[in-house]
Ligand binder design. Structure first.
Ligand code: BG6
Ligand code: MG
Length: 213
């Protein structure tokens, strides 16, 4: 095998929560009259909650907001988002992702999560992968968000592997940048694949089986 470990981003790679993020940010933006659309939502991919809020507020023209106001707005968005997450179930994990993960594990590859999301434990539980991964590095154990490599370096460390022995799988450009900065090979899906920055560009998740050979 080319890699001893694979570190997966969660949102947009293992499952699809983008639309729930969009709906929650849109409701929040509407409540304070800040313009928000899908294009702006695309820029939030891989970015931490507070950094996302700054992007959402770029065109906000209301009364000045202090740090406490911003924390309250982020909490409001998260409440809305977690309500949507409650509707997720193991049916939100595709057969392709489930089968590929099982096949990679059967090859003896260690599997980890490297996600900016503080909701990682809830999402994994909802889709039936609560106990599946060998390591979970997420928004709860990092101080710097992607494109910083911290979340991936911590995942590799949890797997007791060197970055050179691992590959990162990402749908966000910020995530591929983080992988490169951390010394990891990377495989890109969706929007990240068009950036041309990753080691491998994938058409679908199952391509990992060939890449990892
Ligand atoms: C990333 C998403 O996985 O997690 C971002 O791509 C999101 O859009 C970030 O902002 C933080 O998520 P959460 O769940 O901690 O608000
Ligand atoms: Mg993602």
């Amino acid at each position: 095998m080319k890699y001893k470990g694979i570190i997966f981003d969660l949102d947009g790679v293992i499952c699809f929560t983008d639309h729930y993020h969009y709906l929650a940010w849109k409701a929040l933006a509407d409540s304070i009259d800040a313009p928000f659309d899908e294009t702006k939502n695309d820029r939030l991919r891989g970015v931490s909650r507070m950094a996302s809020l700054e992007i959402v507020l770029e065109e906000y023209q209301g009364t000045a907001l202090g740090e406490e106001d911003k924390i309250a707005l982020a909490a409001k968005k998260n409440d809305l988002y977690r309500n949507y997450l409650q509707s997720m179930s193991p049916a939100d994990l595709s057969d392709e992702v489930r089968d590929t993960l099982n096949a990679l594990r059967a090859k003896g590859i260690k599997l980890a999560i490297g996600s900016s999301s503080k909701n990682t434990p809830l999402i994994l539980e909802r889709i039936g992968l609560g106990d599946f991964f060998d390591a979970i590095s997420d928004g709860n154990n990092i101080t710097k968000s992607k494109p910083d490599p911290e979340v991936f370096l911590m995942a590799a460390d949890m797997l007791h592997l060197d970055p050179k022995e691992c590959m990162v799988v990402e749908d966000a450009e910020a995530g591929i940048q983080g992988a490169i900065a951390g010394g990891f090979d990377s495989a890109a899906l969706g929007p990240a694949a068009s950036s041309g920055m990753a080691t491998y560009n994938m058409k679908s998740f199952g391509d990992l089986l060939t890449i990892a050979e």
